[in-house]
Ligand binder design. Sequence first.
Ligand code: UDP
Ligand code: MG
Length: 330
Amino acid sequence: MDRPSLSVVIPCYNEQDVLAELYRRLSDVLRDYGKSCEVVVVNDGSKDRTWAILMEMAAQDPRIVAVNLSKNHGHQLALTAGLTVCRGERILILDADLQDPPELLPQMTAIMDGGADVVYGQRRHRDGETATKLITATLFYRLMAKLTDVPIPQDTGDFRLMSRRALDVLLAMPERHRFLRGMVSWIGFRQAPLLYDRHARFAGTTKYPTRKMIRFALDAVTAFSVKPLALASYVGMISGVFALLLLGYSLGSWLGLFGGKLERGWTSLMSVMALLGSVQLMVLGIIGEYLGRLYEQAKGRPLFIIEQIVRSDADESKNGEIARPQDVIR
Ligand code: UDP
Ligand code: MG
């Protein structure tokens, strides 16, 4: 198979307003890059004109490979679909909204020429993000560092340049709740940071509302740590000690050691019951989060479904194929 020297992989969800500018900036970068390139753009079930624009782009520029997913799969799976389809020796992961400047490609390439398998962008500064996003993101990365044994770099998104061998390892991981930046760290090899300033979105609004962010954070924690499961034992031990103290107090009262009447205990009894009940439900909920993910993984459904791929050397027979990352490795 003839591999292009570089693949740029870009997931797009309702990004009609940024695509023209994205194409313009990327074209300049790729012209300067000089070697053979392809740009894999994945339409993740957009409701706007994104797919129409991507098809136009693919018709005009042979370097563009437009992939249409059957529905909205979410950022991480759309990205996985693009990574599965791409054929390059090196792979640049980019967001459509130009928050991460493609102009950093030469710097990343230079670091990779020096022997790194993964060059990840690390944000020095973030423009145009809300205070809530900044605070939750900071807390999230610090929490992840506490919870997991995998050294996941702080303040790092999916913006990175990867070697083919690193990508092949990544694609061999069939997990469905994907926290790709963590999975890439887990692979090992030599990984090097490139510090950069993250800009504000070029146009449009974030496609990560709070609901999706919470799910993403839960995926990250459950995929990389089982420590929350151990919470049950700690909470159990603490409430055990508490229960013993309470037992002592009750027996003492029964024996009349503390004076007063026994019936006084109603309020405290109710609060202890409520407390224990909520703790038990919380711990059950944590177990449920893991169990649900185990169940979904056990079903082994394909991670994404491609409806159509548009590229200049298109192989029509592949339309509607169900691709699994593993298939591409073989
Ligand atoms: N995205 C996607 N599917 C989704 C949500 C987002 O493909 O369901 C894409 C989106 O088009 C963008 C990238 O993922 O290219 C990152 O999304 P966004 O910029 O909205 O996230 P933020 O930078 O605000 O965290
Ligand atoms: Mg963005």
